[in-house]
Ligand binder design. Structure first.
Ligand code: CA
Length: 231
């Protein structure tokens, strides 16, 4: 089987760390693309569609969190590993909320970072191989035709319900706050309330849960929002 070389985008404003990362990533058999600011990172990610991003949190101007959030809102779903300094009060949950896949704390060991990079790339490849379809319990979703079947029977979803369900699936296992869900699914132009998100979720549950009052898949996380489980 032919193995294509994965392109890794490295975003880090400290030159010595950027250089070390670039060298090690290339030495580990990947191609590397580097930049020092969030704006450049977003441009490069859109243009080159890297297989993974190594993203420093503390960047001049736009933070790594914001870069990650914007990648996801542009539907750039490649794995992101965040780099954070020990002195920073790194909010792990915040990193995961904006869509990061993993993180390492500075000063990090290059071996650990490379092991994590390899792991997220492997997971990314598994998702690609699965094609543009998702399946869990008796639900099948086809992203290309934007259709869903439940127990083999087609079920109508509104555009919003479909986007929301795919978003939940792609963030499986993460506790997602209502604000983050609304921002990621609808973007900045969304003026709805948290209550309207709850009503979309209630409708989705009726369509995918065997018992909508005791949901197995779209679970409520009290005080936070929701968490999806393929179950
Ligand atoms: Ca930095």
């Amino acid at each position: 089987m032919e193995k294509s070389i994965s392109l890794v985008l490295i975003v880090e404003d400290e030159e010595s760390i950027l250089f070390a990362l670039e060298e090690n990533v290339i030495h580990a058999g990947y191609e590397a693309l580097t930049c020092k600011t969030g704006n450049e990172a977003l441009e490069l990610a859109e243009k080159h569609k890297p297989a993974a991003v190594i993203l420093d949190v503390m960047l001049p101007g736009m933070s790594g969190f914001e870069v990650c959030r914007q990648l996801r809102s542009k539907q750039l779903m490649m794995p992101v590993i965040m780099l954070t300094a020990r002195s920073e009060e790194f909010d792990k949950l915040h990193g995961f909320e904006v869509g990061a896949d993993d993180y390492v704390t500075k000063p990090f060991s290059m071996d650990e970072l490379l092991a994590r990079l390899k792991a997220v790339l492997r997971r990314g490849r598994l998702q690609e191989q699965a094609g543009r379809q998702y399946a869990f319990s008796n639900v099948e979703i086809d992203l290309d035709s934007r259709t869903m079947k439940c127990g083999g029977v087609p079920v109508d979803l509104t555009r919003t319900e479909f986007d929301l369900l795919v978003y939940f699936i792609e963030n499986e296992g993460k506790a997602l706050s209502r604000d983050v869900v609304m921002n990621d699914v609808w973007g900045m132009e969304y003026y709805g309330t948290q209550r309207s998100l709850d009503s979309f979720v209630a409708n989705l549950r009726k369509k995918i849960e065997s018992d909508p009052h005791h949901p197995q898949h779209i679970q409520t996380v009290h005080g936070v929002g929701y968490k999806f489980s393929a179950g």
